[in-house]
Design a protein around this ligand. Structure first.
Ligand code: SF4
Length: 319
């Protein structure tokens, strides 16, 4: 029996780690060998969380569209009465329209599509796949035609940090009506950990380009989230931080090292790799900020952090 939990219970199901692209920053690059859960196992997890009042189901990977049973999985989930059945994808497998149409008919309601550049030159260099940009853009169009609610996700790396404004402008021009984007600072794991200094841009550099892009997104009617980024790097735009949105996120990850595949609190898990160095003690944002990746601080130190005294400056709307 479904209970009506007062807080949104968001479920993240990892459907396998294989992918048809090869992004250098990929957080699951070292997990391709982990066996994907079977259809029966996926259905068991869907039922488990549905029975605990889950409102939102996120299907992710790897690249979920590589599963031949993805339409069946979405159809099965739709019977469970989730408010939102959401797909995280590079959308290249949706370019010809057939799969997008089947998924929409089966009950897919929204998608987060990885878009790492405003052009083939930038995007394809990052995903290391020829025609990746063309196929992703085509996939976005087919999803939009099917009425699937869309957002884009850009992992901000050294290869695209100078192009954030162009990405906003490209999305605004190419996909009128698409009104949510996300700029995700890399999680320092997988490829981003192996090639840390080549991939992860400096916080201060990223702030400068974000402050160029976010006002333009606002003016174009696009809400642009920023994730995994310290609040002091978003002066005046703190409310764009996805890290401080209250939500309960749980899920199942077949690659969990301890063999316990169910994650009971993704928010807390994401905090385990982060630190607040001593300068954060002077910061009024510290109680709601997640801090900065520990490896970043070990390599670059904390000089770029900018502790905020609310009484001495403009009060962030979050406080
Ligand atoms: S707590 Fe630290 S990282 Fe977070 S906003 Fe304050 S100074 Fe920045």
């Amino acid at each position: 029996m479904k209970n009506n939990s007062p807080s949104l219970l968001e479920v993240d199901l990892k459907l396998g780690f294989i992918c048809n692209q090869n992004c250098r920053h990929c957080a699951v690059a070292g997990k391709r060998h982990v066996p994907a859960p079977s259809f029966t196992e996926v259905c068991t997890e869907i039922e488990f969380y549905r029975d605990r009042g889950a409102a939102r189901l996120v299907l992710t990977g790897g690249e979920p569209t590589l599963r031949r049973d993805l339409v069946e999985i979405v159809r099965y989930a739709a019977r469970g009465g989730f408010d939102d059945i959401h797909l995280q994808t590079n959308a290249t497998g949706l370019a010809n329209g057939q799969l997008a149409s089947q998924l929409a008919k089966a009950g897919l309601t929204s998608a987060l599509v990885s878009l790492h550049g405003p052009s083939a030159e930038v995007h394809d260099r990052i995903v290391r796949h020829p025609d990746g940009f063309a196929h992703t853009v085509a996939g976005l169009h087919t999803l939009q035609r099917q009425g699937v609610r869309l957002a884009t996700n850009t992992v901000v790396t050294r290869d695209n940090v100078a192009h954030l404004l162009e990405i906003v402008q490209f999305v605004a021009e190419e996909f009128p009506g698409l009104c949510t984007m996300c700029f995700s600072y890399p999680q320092v794991t997988g490829g981003a950990r192996t090639h840390f200094q080549e991939i992860v841009p400096r916080l201060s550099t990223t702030t400068a380009y974000l402050l160029e892009a976010l006002p333009v997104a606002d003016r174009r009617g696009i809400w642009c989230w920023v994730s995994d980024f310290p609040l002091c790097g978003l002066p005046g735009y703190e409310e764009h931080s996805a890290d401080v949105v209250p939500r309960r996120a749980v899920g199942t990850d077949p690659s969990r090292p301890d063999g316990e595949n169910r994650v009971t609190d993704y928010h807390r898990l994401s905090q385990t790799s982060k630190v607040k160095p001593s300068v954060c003690a002077d910061c009024d944002l510290a109680p709601i900020c997640l801090g900065v990746d520990a490896h970043y601080i070990a390599v670059y130190g904390s000089d770029e952090l900018n502790p905020r005294r609310v009484l001495s400056g403009r009060r962030p709307r979050l406080l």
